[in-house]
Write a protein that binds this ligand. Structure first.
Ligand code: PMP
Length: 429
């Protein structure tokens, strides 16, 4: 009885035009892991290699100048997309993981900003990418990790606990904008305000927000923000590190040395290039950056802009959440729709089904052509110690999905559970 939600754009994605198995349409519900790519992005990649490929920032010939211009235009496009003040605040990396490691090493270690006894304040919902690098830096510097818990009743970030854990020892706060397991949106602007008042800098892991909603780094006032191109319609191999110009300039020292990042090199020492090149050692992923700019153009223009994408995803978030939580045997992890409030949940649900292993769920629904993820989604501590389940299944939607895809998932879940000798019953209204 709920209104159907058509996809924003399913036709531009050639990979979705195939069958997953004979007679079974591919229903792709794993965009939190990686997104599919529209034809225009595939074309941009091919066009660059067909017409414009040369190494950047090196040659004096026209082709190299064209490649360099395209690469730097891509940086400007990303800066505009995030509303950065200046495009030198955008550093290209391989992925979000490398962006976080760059901050950990270049700021915490090479920049000497972390000392024994300093505290790094994370949350219990961190992806391993925003946990393991800090463990490594803590081991080298003697800094200490702390983790903000969830409110046990709502599964929202416990802001009271955050206030308590934030002290004059806290040098850094790092948190996900949107959790890739709980689907919850964190109050990042509030976290930044409190952290800055306590003298700490803030890194926002925006992997699950930048592809799905407007993100404005100046409005958030965060010191760093990271995202991965491959989750926002761009190729894999290109990631984004945004950093405030002052922080990138004054508080960080490069940790990868080599070509592109230098000014003058002598036998025993070197001077470094200015921003952003000093953090981009070696030949960059030029074509992938150019294709990322095309993805940004696609989201901003062809799809009508991020407010429209977000509006669509809010409907999908609700449809997905309600579709899964109508069954007594299904637990959707993370805050309830009511607890999360308006705009509080992304179009992503990690769930478990009583007496059924999540791997079995995803393997059986795959027979119906439905791609969902199962496992710990790179958040082992969250699953083990907070949710207290060995893993979960996760369905996540993007601009090419429709409510029909979610209906197909629910039908397949019924089939899977029956195959395993259990059943799904409706929660009485
Ligand atoms: N943080 C979050 C919240 C993520 O969802 C992911 C990707 N699963 C990452 C970090 C790491 O992204 P990548 O593997 O592209 O570096």
């Amino acid at each position: 009885d709920r209104a159907a939600i058509p996809a924003l754009d399913a036709h531009s994605f050639p990979i979705l035009q195939q069958e997953a198995h004979p007679g079974k349409r591919l229903v792709y519900l794993d965009s939190a892991a990686t997104s599919q790519k529209p034809q225009c992005v595939l074309d941009a990649l091919l066009r660059f290699y067909t017409r414009d490929n040369a190494n950047v920032h090196r040659g004096a010939y026209a082709l190299s100048a064209r490649a360099t211009d395209a690469f730097e235009a891509a940086r400007a496009a990303v800066a505009g997309f995030l509303n950065a003040r200046n495009s030198v605040e955008v550093v290209f990396t391989r992925n979000a993981t490398e962006a976080i490691n760059t901050v950990a090493y270049a700021w915490g270690l090479m920049g000497g900003r972390l000392r024994a006894g300093d505290e790094i304040l994370l949350t219990v919902m961190e992806h391993h990418a925003n946990l393991v690098p800090w463990q490594m830096i803590a081991a080298r510097t003697g800094a200490v990790l702390r983790h903000v818990p969830l409110d046990p009743h709502t599964q929202l970030l416990d802001m009271e606990a955050f206030r308590r854990l934030l002290t004059d020892r806290t040098k850094l706060v790092a948190l996900p904008h949107v959790s890739n397991v709980l689907g919850s949106v964190q109050p990042v602007a509030e976290v930044v305000r409190l952290a800055h008042a306590a003298g700490a800098l803030v890194l926002v892991d925006a992997c699950q927000s930048v592809p799905h909603m407007p993100v404005d780094v100046q409005a958030l006032d965060c010191d760093w923000l990271v995202a991965s191109g491959h989750k926002m319609c761009a190729p894999s191999g290109i990631g984004i590190l945004y950093g405030k110009e002052r922080v990138l300039t004054d508080e960080m020292q490069p940790f990868l040395g080599g070509g592109e990042m230098i000014e003058n090199v002598y036998w025993h020492r070197s001077t470094y290039a200015g921003l952003p090149h000093k953090f981009e050692a070696g030949t960059p992923a030029t074509a992938d950056a150019v294709a990322l700019a095309e993805a940004v153009r696609y989201l901003s223009k062809d799809l009508g802009g991020m407010p429209r994408v977000h509006q669509f995803e809010r409907q999908m978030a609700r449809y997905l959440y309600e579709s899964l939580s109508q069954f007594r045997e299904v637990t959707v992890h993370g805050p309830s729709w009511e607890a999360a409030g308006a705009d509080g949940r992304a179009a992503l649900c990690a769930f478990t089904i009583r007496d059924v292993h999540p791997n079995d769920i995803s393997a059986i629904v795959d027979l119906e052509g439905i791609a969902i993820r199962s496992g710990h989604h790179c958040a082992q501590p969250l699953h083990r110690d907070v949710l207290k389940v060995p893993g979960s299944a996760r369905a996540s939607a993007y601009v090419y999905n429709s409510s029909e895809d979610i209906d197909a998932l629910v039908r397949a879940l019924h089939g899977a559970v029956e195959m395993l000798g259990a059943q799904l019953t409706l929660v009485p209204l």
